[in-house]
Write a protein that binds this ligand. Structure first.
Ligand code: AMP
Length: 515
């Protein structure tokens, strides 16, 4: 099947050819003819399947006829995050270069005034996050009564983020007769319910990610002590010693942890960016852009911020925290090993993560090999790790602080999993930098899973995920060498000697030291 058989316009076909795509992906092949026939579509597809072009290309063809009116967008695309919205805009810019279309983004972090001026000129495509869109409709600057085509993208992520009531409100503001394209990676009952409410006789198209069987992702788990500084030290070691590391995403479960890990890695000389839901818009876009261009080889991210991002060729994924939801694990490691390339996914696993790991292994239907080493998991009664032995030795020699300090760590370690508790050993770190001050969350960032667990149980038994068998899990990273120079007290409190880092992982000297 080639693109020319799908019914796309000449202009769009030329743009596709200019991009270098030769064949449509399965979701494009199935969905595009239905969209052009003006049918509702229920697309069950993850990011990475080419689903964005599956709606952007036929929309461009449809939009060639007709003109936009002031304040009345012709089409509306809803995205759960600003980054995804910006990515969809990039797709319109890329494929629609030959068309004079007005494409507007309505996302938090951009001034209302600029957005309003753009709406006033009339937009063909409005790409929005639900909160910001409703802010505009409530102010009266936007009328949705001219929307001919509505796209609801990443619906299951919208559900996780608590956006479904907003989506329901928006659906009441667009005409009943509009065409609706609805994309979701999973079909939990709440999503099924809204598809029944929002879609009219939808054409169902379902694909699994093409990379699921073809790709080789080498997975491993590395045991770590439960203290946060131990995990950070282990992460640095893993980064230094990872084979064939070109770039990596380091996932944390919470935005607070993202800020801490980011700052810590920076302090230790790594060239690293951060991405989490509460960063202001320019900072997020800049970090993502630098990572995409390869200027920052490392990116510390949370699930909400990273879901669906189009980041090609990530060689490594590190789970600094084991995700609480097993399908987040699948999404995270889906960042590597794309399009048949090999990738590596390494999870740092504390004793408290055993249950989550078991759920992940059950979901993916395989055991993730364990790397044994210096940071081997130990119970309270087992032999202490080399680091804790060393540290206590040092502390004893400084006057017996070891005992009370250790006690304190254990206490904080236990508090770590309380929902609002500070991460272990972060409560009052000795000389640990304070995490970057996080700006007040915007409306669309607020109900994210980063702040609290998802309201809906995720569908761990989704067959698509279950079938995501990763081949070749035999390689286990070597983690044996000790850190070159250990600061006296807190592993993160002083940047070490950076000369042992590969040059491309080194932070440029001119960069500011702060987050
Ligand atoms: P998406 O699922 O929309 O996030 O797309 C995943 C990646 O596939 C993006 O990098 C697209 O640029 C790329 N892509 C989309 N369609 C095609 C195609 N027909 N052939 C090759 N790559 C594509």
């Amino acid at each position: 099947m080639s693109f020319s058989n799908l019914g796309l316009s000449e202009k769009v076909l030329a743009a596709v050819a200019a991009t270098g795509y030769t064949n449509p992906t399965p979701i494009q092949e199935q969905a595009i003819p239905h969209v052009l026939a003006r049918k509702d579509v229920l697309g069950i597809a993850q990011t990475g399947t080419g689903k964005t072009a599956a709606f952007v290309l036929p929309m461009l063809t449809i939009l060639e006829k007709g003109r936009a009116r002031a304040r009345m967008p012709r089409t509306l695309i809803l995205e759960p995050t600003r980054e995804l919205a910006a990515q969809v805009k990039e797709n319109f810019d890329r494929y629609g270069a030959g068309q004079k279309l007005n494409v507007a983004l309505l996302i938090g972090g951009v001034s209302f005034g600029d957005q309003d001026a753009k709406l006033m000129r009339g937009v063909d495509v409005l790409i929005a996050t639900p909160g910001r869109l409703l802010d505009h409709t409530e102010r009266g600057g936007l009328l949705l009564t001219g929307v001919e085509l509505l796209v609801i993208d990443e619906a299951d992520r919208m559900l996780d983020m608590g956006f479904i009531p907003d989506i329901e409100r928006i659906c009441k503001l667009v005409p009943f007769t509009r065409q609706t394209l609805f994309f979701t990676a999973t079909m939990p009952p709440e999503i099924r319910r809204i598809t029944e409410a929002f879609l009219h006789n939808p054409q169902k198209v379902e694909v699994s990610k093409p990379a699921t069987t073809a790709v080789t992702v080498t997975q491993s788990q590395v045991p770590a002590g439960r203290e946060a500084h131990e995990k950070r030290e282990l992460l640095r070691r893993l980064l230094r010693e990872a084979k064939d590391l070109k770039n990596a995403i380091i996932f944390c479960n919470r935005k607070r942890e993202v800020a801490i890990v980011h700052k810590s890695l920076q302090k230790h000389g790594f060239s690293v960016g951060a991405l989490h839901g509460d960063m202001d818009q320019p900072a997020r876009m800049a970090a993502l852009d630098q990572f995409r261009k390869g200027e920052l080889p490392l990116l510390v991210a949370s699930d909400v911020a990273a879901r669906g991002l189009d980041i090609p060729e990530v060689s490594h994924v590190f789970n600094f925290d084991v995700p609480h939801h097993p399908d987040d694990y699948v999404h995270r490691i889906g960042r590597t090993g794309r399009a048949g390339r090999t990738g590596t996914a390494i999870s740092i696993v504390t004793p408290l993560d055993q249950k989550s790991m078991a759920a992940i292994e059950k979901l993916i239907g395989q055991n993730i090999p364990r790397a044994e080493g210096e940071f081997e998991v130990h119970s309270e009664s087992a032999e202490p790790t080399e680091r804790s032995r060393e540290q206590r030795g040092r502390e004893r020699s400084r006057g017996g602080r070891g005992k009370s300090r250790r006690g304190g760590h254990e206490q904080r370690g236990d508090a770590r999993h309380a929902s609002d508790a500070r991460p272990a050993a972060e409560a009052r770190p000795a000389r640990e930098p304070k995490p970057a001050r996080e700006p007040k969350p915007s409306r669309e960032a607020k109900p994210s899973r980063e702040a609290k667990p998802a309201r809906e149980a995720r569908h761990a038994s989704e067959p698509r995920h279950g079938s995501r068998q990763q081949a070749n899990t035999s390689h286990v990273p070597s983690i044996g060498r000790p850190e070159p120079r250990r600061p006296q007290r807190e592993a993160d409190s002083e940047p070490g000697d950076h000369s042992h880092l590969p040059a491309f992982l080194l932070r440029p000297v001119r960069s500011p030291a702060g987050a």
